[in-house]
Structure formats: C-alpha cells, structure tokens
Design a protein. Structure first.
Length: 294
C-alpha cells in the first residue's frame, strides 16, 4: 500500500479561503472587521518568522492585524498591562501572545490575563476547561488543524481507535479531547508508556506530537491507518552540504507511507494548518463577541 499524502499546504489554503469569505460576509452584513493582535517578546528567530507569517496571512484574509514587538527585558507586569489594554479594545477580537516567553516571565500568568473570549490560541484555563467538559470554548489551533485534516480525510471518525502520542497542554491533551468528542476510542501515550509499538499497531488513527525525530517506526503502523505527524524536528543533512539541516517529523515518513492509508508530510502537513486555524478562531471569536451567527 502507498499512503495518500495529506497536503496540509493546500488544505490550509482552502481553510483561509473560507475565512476570507467569512470576513467579507461580516463586513457586508454587519460592518464588522475581525482584528487579531499578536504580541511577541524578545528576538527568538523561529518565533519572528512565525509571527511575520501570521501578520501577512491576517492581511491576506482581510482582517485587521495589530502587531506588537516588545523587547526581551519587558517586565511581566508591563506585558500583562498590554494584554489588558487589548482585552478592552473593541477593534481587537483575538489576542495571541507568542510562546515561549523569556524565562523571567510567567507564561501562565500572561495567558491567564487574556480575556477568554479573545483567547484565540485556546490556552486560557477557561477554554481548556470548556474543552475538557461541555465544549464551546476556543480550541487550540494546532489540535484544531489535526481534527480538520482527519475529518477531511476520513469523514466520520466515530468508533475509530485513535492513539495520541504526547500529552502536552498545547497539542497532545487537546487533540485527545477533540478525538473523544468525535466519538473515537482514544489512547494517550507518553514518555512512560510501555510498548509504544504495540499501541501504534492497534490504532486506526495515530497523532504523533512528541518532538523526537522519526521515533515512530514505519513498520509499527497498522496497514491502512491515518497518520498525523505534528512533530517538527531539525536534523543534520550532510547530503545537502556541510552544516545543512532539514526538517523531519516524529514519524519515519518513507517507511510509514508504505503501510498507512494516509499520512501528513513534514514539512507541509500539520504546520501550515496552525495559522489557518488561528485565523478561523479569530472569526469564531468575532462572531461570538457580536452575537452573529454566520
Ligand atoms: P512537549 O515537549 O510539550 O511534549 C512532548 C510530549 O511527548 C510529552 O507529553 C511527552 O510525554 C511525550 N514524549 C516524550 N518522549 C516520549 C516517548 N519516548 N514516547 C512517547 N511519548 C513521549 O511538545 P509539544 O509542544 O506537544 O510539541 C510536540 C512536537 O510538535 C514538537 O516537535 C513541536 O515542535 C511540534 N509542534 C508543531 C506545531 C505545528 O505544526 N504547528 C505546533 C506545536 C508543536
């Protein structure tokens, strides 16, 4: 079997086109323009690239973008004041504070200061609590992207055996909760799991979110399974020249694609979905704040 490669770049483009249509409809019918504020503290190069892409894509879908670059030595209290100012700004419907923050700042305190209704990253405890209980809050972007891709690939997920590898607040736990609400039978594996190979072999759906290059071996994958690889790992690539690197996922892609029914590549799989889902969440937040049913 050769797996269908799930094209995250193309799918993210489709999601963004849907967002752009919603933004146009909000302007035409309600004279409302969604606004997304992104705050970055310090000079982490990877975060800078990511934030630049967010700003560009926000403009492309027709939203207002507000971009704040604060110095590395920003005090926690000053960052929280900025967040509170944006909470009270009616032109801002979504607030994202780029993580990680410099070590002297308590991330939980900053995320906790964001108004839950504007928390488009879905990390405020009100939103994580809603996800774990009744639903209806803001859903974290990368997990939302995983679920949209799975539903697009498989349709109804009811009854599927799903394995999530990783239990982080950012990815693993919310993915598992979303799969549960799609009526999957969910197993969560983590660093203390025994017999990971056996867990993978039993799963119809595998979502790998670990951060260890190619740790899920291709021959563990159940024939026909759907594999979503969230991992982004930079590894040396001497074949490309001295000092060169390349990105790989948490799954051994070449071997797994010989057994899986469908699989996401790295790069070009889950990665592009994250910003698309951030924009989608900003429209959702805007509609809720204005009591609009699009
Ligand atoms: P994390 O470090 O917070 O969590 C990793 C998880 O992996 C932990 O829960 C840990 O228990 C588990 N783990 C560690 N070793 C393991 C092992 N040997 N077997 C099974 N489980 C093991 O990482 P994270 O923030 O959840 O991110 C995971 C990966 O996803 C990283 O590579 C990250 O770069 C990537 N990521 C990608 C996107 C995106 O595509 N947009 C977004 C977020 C994270």
């Amino acid at each position: 079997m050769t797996a269908r490669i799930i094209d995250g770049k193309a799918f993210a483009q489709t999601v963004r086109e849907g967002v752009a249509r919603d933004v146009a409809a909000l302007a035409a019918t309600h004279s409302v323009k969604p606004g997304l504020a992104v705050i970055i503290v310090g000079y982490d190069p990877a975060s800078q690239v990511y934030v630049r892409n967010k700003v560009k894509q926000t403009a492309e879908v027709g939203m207002n973008g507000f971009h704040f670059e604060l110095p590395e030595d920003t005090a926690e209290a000053d960052l929280i004041s900025k967040v509170k100012e944006l909470n009270g700004d009616p032109a801002v419907n979504g607030i994202l504070v780029q993580l990680p923050l410099p070590k002297h700042i308590n991330e939980a305190a900053v995320v906790g200061a964001i108004a839950p209704a504007k928390d488009v990253d879905g990390l405020h405890v009100v939103n994580t609590g809603l996800l774990a209980s009744s639903g209806g809050g803001m859903v974290p972007c990368t997990p939302l992207g995983c679920i949209l891709m799975l539903k697009d690939t498989l349709g109804d997920l009811t009854g599927k055996k799903a394995l999530v590898i990783g239990r982080s607040i950012l990815v693993g736990k919310p993915v598992a909760q979303l799969l549960l609400s799609e009526n999957c039978t969910v197993t969560i594996a983590h660093s203390r799991t025994k017999n990971l190979a056996g867990e993978v072999a039993a799963a119809d759906i595998v979502v790998a979110a670990v951060g260890i290059p190619e740790m899920v071996k291709g021959d563990w994958v159940k024939p026909g399974a759907t594999v979503i690889d969230v991992g982004i790992n930079r590894v040396p690539a001497p074949e490309r020249g001295e000092g060169k690197t390349r990105l790989v996922g948490d799954v051994e892609f070449a071997a797994a694609s010989k057994r899986a029914g469908a699989i996401t590549p790295v790069p070009g799989g889950v990665g592009p979905m994250t910003i698309a889902c951030l924009l989608k969440n900003t429209v959702t937040a805007t509609c809720k704040q204005h009591n609009i049913d699009l």
